[in-house]
Design a protein around this ligand. Structure first.
Ligand code: NDP
Length: 333
């Protein structure tokens, strides 16, 4: 069983030496457990937080532990009547080829129907990132058709779903992304009305946003923070709402102070941070709505796929620098 473990706590940007590959004999399920062979592993920004031991909403990974992560796989052996060999399951199997899971309790894998929906979508548009997009948009921002929504990290796993959901709800979504090809993708594939390249610098970004948002911005779906949040506050209309989903710009320890926090006051802006795993009771409803949009052809998964667990550390390091498009996945071979 090939595994990737946390070798060192990263200092700043993670490096390959922070990860260690190990190989162990296949584990044998005890009563009430199942053995899952992973087909897909999801790489997500939150993993960077778990590699550190600074205080956060979730405890850090122990040094030497297998890296955690969402997986889709096939049951190989089961010692519980709820699961049979061959079942397709979504779980938190981690960065390894196989995992043991408890068949009962909060961490029990979710059985997936085999359908026209590709299994890996349950790690992206129909999974945690999609549900995050759905929650921020429908539960926190609650915009009306025609209102303008600004989304940073517009082409990432979450942002790519926010754009499509916004389009389906009749909102005007404007994205922020790094690079001309990402901006073109946001407009051509993800339902964004416009997308501004923040890499052109703060002045050009602000000018681009002013052009793209002539009526200001009533909702902000914030994935990045730093200079992008500063620009969003400049554009915000009075009483705008911010769903504070992530702060990519600061995940490697970079300071990301707000340039003008007084704008929150003078514009009477509502800012709500959230952690999607604290809203598990809403996940079935969210998944159902996302699946309905998928079946109507209004939601697609856009992914970057790397092959082999051996590639996971490098792909993860690249992800934190925005080197991918859409949901970053590892296909296990
Ligand atoms: P992705 O890595 O797929 O996308 C993040 C995007 O952020 C990338 O597209 C990248 O694109 C951009 N980005 C990365 N680094 C920087 C930087 N330094 N400055 C500006 N932009 C940057 O991640 P997800 O879509 O999965 O997650 C998006 C955010 O949502 C993350 O912050 C994540 O932690 C958060 N999240 C929060 C959840 C919650 O419960 N609150 C749940 C799930 C995700 P570009 O090239 O355009 O810069």
């Amino acid at each position: 069983n090939l595994q990737v473990r946390l070798a060192c706590r990263p200092k700043g940007r993670p490096v390959l030496a922070d990860f260690q590959f190990t190989s162990e004999p296949l584990p044998i399920p005890a009563d009430g457990q199942l053995l899952v062979r992973h087909e897909w592993l999801s790489l997500d920004p939150y993993m960077r937080g778990r590699m550190a031991d600074t205080p956060s909403y979730a405890p850090p990974l122990e040094l030497g532990a297998v890296m955690l992560g969402g997986t889709v796989g096939v049951v190989q052996a089961s010692k519980h009547s709820n699961y049979a060999p061959g079942d397709l399951v979504l779980g938190m199997g981690g960065w390894q080829a196989y995992s043991l899971a408890d068949a009962q309790g909060p961490a029990a894998p979710l059985k997936l129907e085999r359908s026209e929906v590709p299994a890996f979508a349950y790690l992206g548009a129909l999974g945690m990132p999609g549900i995050t997009a759905w929650y921020g948009l429908t539960q926190l921002l609650r915009l009306s058709p025609g209102q303008t929504l600004l989304v940073s990290g517009a082409t990432g796993a979450v942002g790519s779903v926010v754009g499509q959901l916004a389009r389906a709800r009749g909102l005007r979504a404007v994205g922020l992304a790094g690079g001309a090809h990402k901006c073109a993708h946001a407009v051509q594939q993800l339902g964004y009305e416009a997308c501004v390249d923040y890499r052109d610098g703060p002045d050009a970004m602000l000018q681009g946003l002013r052009q793209a948002c002539p009526d200001g911005v009533q909702g902000i779906f914030e994935n990045v923070g730093g200079a992008l949040l500063d620009a969003a506050l400049q554009l915000a209309s009075p009483h705008a709402r911010i769903a504070l989903c992530g702060a990519m710009a600061g995940y490697n320890g970079e300071p990301i102070p707000l340039a003008a926090p007084q704008l929150l006051l003078t514009k009477r802006i509502g800012l709500q941070g959230f952690i999607i795993t604290e809203h598990l009771p809403l996940w079935p409803q969210a998944r159902q709505e996302l699946l309905a949009l998928w079946r109507q052809g209004q939601l697609q998964q856009h992914s970057t796929i790397v092959d082999g667990l051996e590639q996971a550390p490098e792909a993860f390091i690249g992800m934190l620098q925005g080197q991918h498009l859409g949901k970053l996945l590892v296909r296990l071979t």
